[in-house]
Design a protein around this ligand. Structure first.
Ligand code: AMP
Ligand code: TRP
Length: 329
């Protein structure tokens, strides 16, 4: 079975874009690959956080991930800081990554622009991400398209390391889901749905009240032309609804467009489909919240499984670099 690895930050609430663009593919992948899914809490520290905030968010995110269908019996679900190999390999990789490469990363540019305080961690963030991926001899990394640049950097760094120190890392490839890969903001459909959006009306949270979910979809911005057609450039709002409905129902947005002549029915069907997608997820979250210890125990099992793989790969990297081994051998 191929090895799959992906990570998600415990920052902000999970929205429909995360669910359709990333998490649903994690759930289906777990049965087709040896899958490792990581809550990347150390990445969350690259921008200032209040004490305790990241831990609380990590627990909540784990509950959402379990509720959407990640099965700890099938995949390995764990927290990045529980497996210290991630930080250690990140350092080794920073030393084979150039400043120029890091400076070209658009996520760094976006997240640092106009900020008073830009941490060194935000700059070296992709080296930690590369460590996450390379520690598991990963074949494939399912991500949204915004992360492709980081996966390409991971390959470049792995190749450079292998060239310098001998064959050490397997080269991973990004895989971007086709349907619903990009969910746009309901109020500004030229921007992707995001937790940092200024308009709450444009974003749907997985934990949001279902009445509010339906209302937001029915109030989504469209255009004044009456025709239902999938055309993201000319008709971003309508196309976004078509791709959301397509992603939820497993159909092509173009094909979905053929079923509608008016915006009203498209909006109500999309609202209903999203509400019915979220309802059982919200019920499972409520169950898990009653017993936080259970989630913590599942994460500990995941960390143990992850450490078994990660420690071997880290040792391989240190051996190939030729660091002086400890006396015990
Ligand atoms: P983030 O919320 O930026 O930490 O992203 C978590 C995961 O969700 C990544 O794989 C992103 O590529 C994906 N993602 C975030 N926003 C969207 C969106 N609007 N549409 C599709 N995928 C998204
Ligand atoms: N940088 C990713 C994001 O912002 C999160 C991430 C961290 C990740 N490590 C990873 C994704 C490893 C895939 C593989 O969404």
């Amino acid at each position: 079975m191929p090895r799959v690895f992906s990570g998600i930050q415990p920052t902000g609430d999970i929205h429909l874009g995360n669910l359709l663009g990333a998490l649903r593919n994690w759930v289906s992948d777990q049965h087709e690959a040896d899958s490792f899914y990581c809550i990347v809490d150390l990445h969350a520290l690259t921008v200032p956080k209040e004490p305790g905030e990241v831990g609380q968010r990590t627990l909540e995110l784990a509950q959402v991930l379990l509720a959407v269908g990640l099965d700890p019996e099938v995949c390995t679900l764990f927290v990045q800081s529980h497996v210290t190999e991630h930080s250690e390999l990140a350092w080794l990789l920073q030393c084979v990554t150039s400043m120029g490469e890091l400076r070209r990363m658009t996520q760094f540019k976006d997240k640092s622009e106009g900020k008073d305080f830009v941490s060194a961690g935000l700059f070296t963030y992709p080296a930690l991400q590369a460590a996450d991926i390379l520690l598991y001899d990963t074949d494939r990394v399912p991500v949204g398209e915004d992360q492709i640049q980081h996966i390409e950097l991971t390959r470049d760094v792995a190749e450079r390391f292998n060239h310098r120190y001998g064959e050490t890392f397997r080269l991973p490839a990004a895989s971007v889901p086709t349907a619903g890969a990009r969910v746009m903001d309901l109020q500004d459909p030229t921007r992707k749905m995001s937790k940092s959006s200024e308009s709450p009306a444009g974003t749907i949270l997985v934990t949001e009240d279902l009445g509010s979910v339906a209302k937001k979809i029915k109030r989504a911005v469209t255009d004044s032309e009456p025709e239902v057609r999938y055309d993201p450039a000319a008709k971003p709002g309508v196309s976004n609804l078509l791709s959301i409905l397509g992603a939820v129902t497993g159909r092509d947005p173009e094909e979905v467009a053929g079923d509608y002549e008016q915006y009203g029915p498209l909006k109500s069907d999309t609202a209903e489909a999203v509400v019915e997608l979220l309802r059982p997820i919200q019920e499972r979250i409520a169950e898990l919240q009653k017993d936080p210890e259970r989630t913590a125990a599942l994460l500990e099992v995941g960390a143990e499984k992850a450490r078994e793989v990660a420690s071997g790969v880290l040792e391989r990297a240190k051996r190939n670099i030729g660091l002086l081994p400890r006396a015990h051998g």
